[in-house]
Write a protein that binds this ligand. Sequence first.
Ligand SMILES: [Fe+2]
Length: 178
Amino acid sequence: MEALRIMIDEHQSLAAILHAIRMMLRDIASGTLQPDMGLLRAMVHYLDAYPEKRHHPKEDQFIFALLRQRTAEGAAAVQRYADGEPGGLEGFVAAFEAFAAFYRDHMMREEREILPLVHKHFTAEDWAIANAGFAGSADPLGGTRTPEAPEDFARIFSRLVAAAPAPIGLGAGPYKEL
Ligand SMILES: [Fe+2]
């Protein structure tokens, strides 16, 4: 079950950044917040790179692939899940909203459709593989940095939260690149 707790934690990190960007865009549009382009750029990069390099590969390898082996019911749900858009502030808001909608859908489908099937069909062996994979103990280096994913996303996330304006974040901005 540890794998699913980590998966949902990761969804919450993504949701937190999506929420922070939405609030910042709203305040920038109303003129109450000066845009911190470095921070926005870093947040968008996080949303792009973190799921791509870490979250989705783990889900694919340690949840979906195992579930497909256990049940055709799972295969259909995973396939439905796999079948899943772009100047000025308005263009960015529109692109962001499309992206946010995609992610809300991703998280809702996984948590409401896929996870119940995992609970129903996973064997003890499946759980052991998934838990080890999600906990990162399958990483031979045992650290947060691997050759395929050299970015330390936990550190980037903390820096984004620190730099984001209060009450979304801690208001320590402007964001500085690592
Ligand atoms: Fe996910």
